[in-house]
Design a protein around this ligand. Structure first.
Ligand SMILES: Cc1cc2nc3c(=O)[nH]c(=O)nc-3n(C[C@H](O)[C@H](O)[C@H](O)COP(=O)(O)OP(=O)(O)OC[C@H]3O[C@@H](n4cnc5c(N)ncnc54)[C@H](O)[C@@H]3O)c2cc1C
Length: 626
């Protein structure tokens, strides 16, 4: 066996979103990293859609930004159109999203990785991990090279035994045009891990010159958008248009008649797919009462001839994809650069991980990203970041960074992953967070700054910028303490159908009325806000956050009380080798599931699927006797 002389602190396997974040944060914290990847020219690649953020995912990008991740700042630089989504709903679920130039994004991320003095990028395929006395000590490449290390972060994405399906055509690959990875699954299984099979799909890429743009509808981003990153000081992004078209009854008929040619339906694809990100076949089948679906035409990079057809993910044969699309107004003569396809791949049940993302059975081995059964760039990046931080904490023999469900969407995601069955690819939604009123995109700074400081995840000036954003919100809240007289607000209140003020009252009190928004309040209240604050790209957002704190004060208080009530149970530790099988008063299902998941706390045990409140009472009694 060949041996590389270098001893790296950490080997990061994979250069996707998870791998890049893991390597960069650990390198920033002074660790030496070998980033081993199948193709070094694809580091930072966006596998699928040209967008970052979106519902709940925008919150994750914000959280990453406070915790030292690069996704938000990179998206601000590579973004082509920015929008705050969900504005018709409560502010707690507003989420930033950006269309992104994929090539520019990849170039920035790979530039960061390649230029970091602590990161060595190596081309190779990891086929085994070396384990001595239940702790990781190196990785083995396909050519026999052994690289010693103190910790490994595995971020293999969709590449493990990847199998692409286009109709009956099958291609062994990790992504279209890239080879898959074979051998590492089998090696991990031999170390005692259990794996499963999942699938996901991607839409065709269209030739821009084959679309009749006169028949499409233009969609633009916000005029004064908010950036993802607290580190973005000047922000004047372009507002590149996207376009929409609508499928009709003829398209639906063609897809319905050919459903059995889709491997997703013929039973040819073994893995389970994402229900919430349905293929066009799924939409036609499951929502058969709808004759029309909107498709989004998104340019993949600046001056791109390649258009991403969002909403038409499919694994139908290429000629059927074309036939169906050519019934759509504007796409009558459409040509493909690449057809849509589905991919099947191995994943490892995340129930085998601790909340630090270290495996329960092999010390120093961390899993992050799609290998844990998730789907999406943001979910992958967040796990990569946490695994990268905790791999360096592990080497320093220091406590890991973990996030709770009331602290961050990232905390919700990891807790869900390690306690719930992975029946389909996991994607974040606001509905997964029971404390979502506390988890606003606009308060990520206040939620996570303290932890970020504790783990030294940013430098001094970066912390200062986050503090400035927090101070901006406090300044607006301070302004809302001022009084408004009836003649300063009554005309507005009348137009809103609100009762008129009889006496002067604090602006906050007026703002609590349901139909009054902060924009309705007189400008003089905010005239003292300092120039620095007014010129910040986060100026508008400081008003959004201040308004949320005023309007939701009752709900916020209630959720905080719930958190406090739960905390006693939540953090109650369960000993590492606790034998659930010995507790006869637990239900059979609870004994089986708890033995499999091995929760670290009573809180985690509560969320294991199949465990009832009665089981938890039994467990609480047994634990109190230990
Ligand atoms: C076809 C397709 C469709 C998708 N559709 C969607 C979608 O609709 N919505 C959505 O949100 N997300 C979608 N995704 C998922 C999204 O792209 C991923 O969730 C995300 O990019 C995963 O990031 P990752 O870092 O975990 O892995 P990846 O970005 O897949 O990166 C994996 C990395 O690991 C390397 N690697 C793998 N095995 C080895 C090995 N043994 N040795 C060395 N290197 C190795 C690879 O070279 C690669 O660099 C799709 C992905 C694909 C491929």
């Amino acid at each position: 066996m060949k041996q590389l002389i270098n001893l790296f602190d950490i080997i990061v396997v994979g250069g996707g979103h998870a791998g890049a974040e893991a390597a960069l944060i650990a390198a920033k914290r002074g660790k030496t990293i070998a980033l081993v990847t199948l193709d070094t020219t694809t580091v930072g690649r966006m596998s699928c859609n040209p967008a970052i953020g979106g519902l709940a995912k925008g919150q994750i990008v914000r959280e990453l930004d406070v915790l030292g991740g690069v996704m938000g700042h990179t998206a601000d630089r590579a973004g082509t159109q920015f929008k705050l989504l969900n504005r018709s709903k409560g502010k707690s679920v507003w989420s930033p999203r950006a269309q992104v130039d994929k090539r520019h994004y990849e170039k920035i991320v790979s530039g960061n990785v390649f230029s970091h003095e602590n990161i060595t990028v190596l081309s190779g395929e990891v086929v085994d991990v070396v384990v001595i006395k239940n702790a990781v000590s190196g990785a083995v490449l396909r050519d026999g090279t052994k690289i010693p290390c103190k910790a490994i972060v595995l971020t293999c994405g969709t590449f493990l035994n990847g199998l692409i399906h286009i109709g009956q055509k099958k291609i062994r690959a990790g992504r279209m045009g890239e080879s898959g990875a074979e051998g590492i699954t089998e090696s991990l299984v031999s170390h005692g891990f259990f794996s499963g099979r999942l699938k996901t799909g991607t839409p065709p890429r269209l030739d821009k010159n084959s679309v009749d743009w006169s028949k499409t509808t233009i969609t633009l981003g916000d005029q004064n958008p908010t950036p993802f990153s607290y580190q973005t000081i000047t922000f004047a992004p372009p507002n590149v248009p996207c376009f929409t078209v609508k499928t009709g009854i003829r398209c639906k008929d063609i897809i319905s008649k050919n459903l059995l040619q889709s491997p997703m339906y013929s039973g040819d694809v073994g893995g389970v797919g994402p229900r919430y990100c349905p293929s066009i076949e799924d939409k036609v089948h499951r929502f058969s009462h709808h004759d029309s679906h909107t498709l989004f035409l998104e340019p993949e990079w600046a001056d791109s001839d390649q258009i991403y057809l969002n909403g038409f993910s499919t694994s139908l044969p290429e000629h059927i994809q074309l036939m169906a699309l050519r019934t759509v107004g504007g796409l009558e003569n459409v040509r493909f650069f690449r057809p849509g396809y589905a991919i099947e791949y191995d994943f490892f049940s995340p129930a085998q991980l601790k909340s630090s993302l270290e495996t329960k059975d092999i010390a120093g081995l961390f899993f992050a990203g799609q290998i844990n059964g998730t789907s999406g760039y943001e979910e992958a990046a967040a796990q990569g970041l946490i695994a990268g931080i905790n791999a360096s904490q592990y080497i320093d023999n220091s406590e890991p960074l973990t996030l709770s469900r009331d602290e961050a969407y990232i905390g919700v995601m990891i807790d869900d992953l390690i306690t719930k069955d992975t029946l389909e690819p996991y994607r974040m939604f606001t509905s997964r967070a029971e404390y979502r009123i506390l988890l606003r995109f606009s308060n990520a700074h206040s939620r996570l700054l303290k932890k970020s400081k504790k783990f030294s995840l940013l430098n001094g000036s970066q912390f200062d910028r986050i503090q400035t954003a927090i101070d901006g919100v406090s300044a607006v809240l301070g302004a809302l303490d001022k009084s408004i007289s009836p003649n300063q607000i009554n005309t507005r209140l009348k137009s809103l159908g609100e009762t008129l003020l009889k006496h002067a009252a604090p602006a906050k009190t007026v703002l609590r009325r349901p139909s009054v928004s902060i924009d309705h309040l007189p400008n003089f209240l905010f005239s003292d806000l300092n120039k620095h604050h007014k010129s910040s790209p986060l100026y508008g957002e400081s008003f959004i956050e201040a308004e949320a704190r005023v309007k939701y004060v009752g709900y916020i208080k209630r959720q905080r009380n719930q958190v406090i009530k739960m905390q006693g149970q939540e953090n109650r530790p369960i000993p590492r080798n606790f034998n659930f099988k010995n507790i006869n008063s637990l239900s059979n299902e609870a004994r089986e599931k708890l033995s499999l998941v091995r929760p670290q706390t009573l809180g985690q045990a509560m969320r294991v699927s199949g465990v009832t409140p009665a089981d938890i009472s039994v467990l609480a009694v047994v634990l109190s006797a230990i």
